[in-house]
Design a protein around this ligand. Structure first.
Ligand code: CAA
Length: 387
């Protein structure tokens, strides 16, 4: 199981598809802040929006390891496309399948699987970043409808030229003493009355992936849009994030792999002092360290996926995979720029874009510091004092 060589034929297939349909557009996706319809159509045709969705709902039914390899290869081609697929698979399809009612699954799963609808994960608020339980958005029942008021920010997959559905955390118990146990999860389509996009975030990287504020102003959705149990929404979001952290690790791997390959090519072809710079030990040592770190990170990501597929606990391992792979991705991209010298600092060379894209992986779906909190809490046998 652990040696991922058994997946190499599968990887070759998805890599070929990503190279053909995504990679040629990567620079334009970054420059134009937009994933074109043609790329969306090709990704949909490949079935990748629904990689892990059940076959009966139009998905491919892949296991987590295959899904991670797909996210890795899509990210190797374009980080913006990779993060879109990571959110759709891990933060939408996975919790919908795990917690959705039959009716919710029948309605939303085929839409997510085909990419007809983009899913976004509405956890972050101005005062609920790392402290994700500090939800201020409220939902109050009025007859057969929830009335939602509040604000979300930094929400990925808020593609404005596309129908979207947001899974939002909302405070449903006004008793503050209940803390995260007063938070529920609600399904909010972007065409619900009172759903409005605010500012599109002006990000350093992943420019083609739309990230926006959302405002709920007396936003109304049917009572049946509650996802999972009333007041258990925080845990549902944490469970989704466990899965999400595997795919963010996979994304960092793909970006790191792309940077490594570019660095190798440059080291082999760039001649200085009469020889390719790859003949210099200073460059060789960098390449050796980059490749070794990527291989180590790959084992962490796939083994967390394999634990999930085996139905075993994987919270700690997913956090380790994301923490380590995102650090490695950023370090490898940094070294790739260094190997390129001045050329690597130029926007016409893709290592610059990769460096900007991969930085998100140390922040999104929980910062590296939060991953270490999660890892340590799952190792140390120290009970938290009840307030
Ligand atoms: N699985 C199941 N239950 C979990 C859980 C998990 N992984 N993690 C926590 N819980 C449960 C706890 O057991 C606890 O339950 P009880 O009270 O019944 O015992 C409850 O949830 C509260 O847990 P904590 O007391 O640990 O909660 P906390 O307030 O201390 O916060 C935290 C924990 C790990 C710091 C959490 O707030 C966190 O993960 N923060 C980071 C948020 C984050 O990742 N944001 C990313 C936004 S989405 C995004 O980024 C998308 C994108 O860009 C692409």
């Amino acid at each position: 199981m652990l040696d991922y060589i058994v997946y190499e034929d599968f990887r070759a297939e998805v890599r070929a598809k990503a190279e053909e349909t995504i990679a040629p557009h990567a620079a334009a996706i970054d420059a134009d802040d937009h994933i074109p319809e043609g790329v969306m159509a090709d990704v949909s045709k490949a079935g990748w929006f629904g990689a892990t969705a059940p076959v009966e709902y139009g998905g491919l039914g892949w296991d987590t390891v295959r899904y991670a390899i797909m996210v890795e290869e899509a990210s190797r081609a374009s980080g913006s496309v990779g993060v879109m697929l990571a959110v759709q698979g891990s933060l939408m399809i996975y919790p919908l399948e795990k917690y959705g009612t039959d009716k919710q699954i029948k309605e939303y799963m085929p839409q997510f699987a085909s990419g007809e609808v983009m899913g976004s994960f509405g956890l972050t608020e101005p005062s609920a970043g790392s402290d994700a339980g500090n939800t201020k958005t409220t939902a109050v029942l009025d007859g057969d409808e929830w009335v939602i008021n509040g604000q979300k920010c930094f929400i990925t997959n808020t593609k404005r030229d596309w129908p979207t559905v947001n899974f939002a955390t909302v405070r449903t118990d006004p008793d503050k003493a209940k803390g995260v146990h007063g938070v529920s999860s609600i399904i909010v389509p972007s065409d619900a009355p009172g759903f409005n996009y605010g500012r599109k975030e002006n990000k350093m990287g992943l420019r083609g992936s739309d990230t926006s504020e959302i405002f709920f102003e007396d936003c109304r959705v049917p009572k049946e849009n509650l996802l999972g149990e009333l007041n258990e929404g925080f845990k549902l979001f944490m469970v989704a994030l466990d899965a999400g952290r595997i795919s963010i690790g996979a994304m960092a791997l793909g970006l790191g792999q792309a940077a490594l390959e570019l660095a190798v090519k440059h080291a082999e072809t760039r001649v200085q002092f009469g020889k390719p710079i790859g003949t210099k030990q200073a460059i060789q040592f960098k390449i050796a360290e980059m490749a070794t770190k990527i291989r180590a990170a790959r084992f962490l990501v796939y083994s967390a996926g394999a634990l999930k597929d085996a139905g075993r606990p994987y919270t700690k391992e997913a956090a380790m995979a994301k923490y380590y792979a995102s650090q490695v991705g950023r370090e490898v991209a940094y070294d790739a720029i260094q190997i390129h010298g001045g050329l690597g600092y130029d926007k016409s060379y893709p290592v610059e874009r990769i460096y900007r894209d991969v930085k998100l992986d140390e922040i999104g779906e929980g910062t590296s510091e939060i991953q270490k909190v999660v890892i340590a809490r799952n190792i140390l046998n120290i009970q938290k004092k009840k307030k």
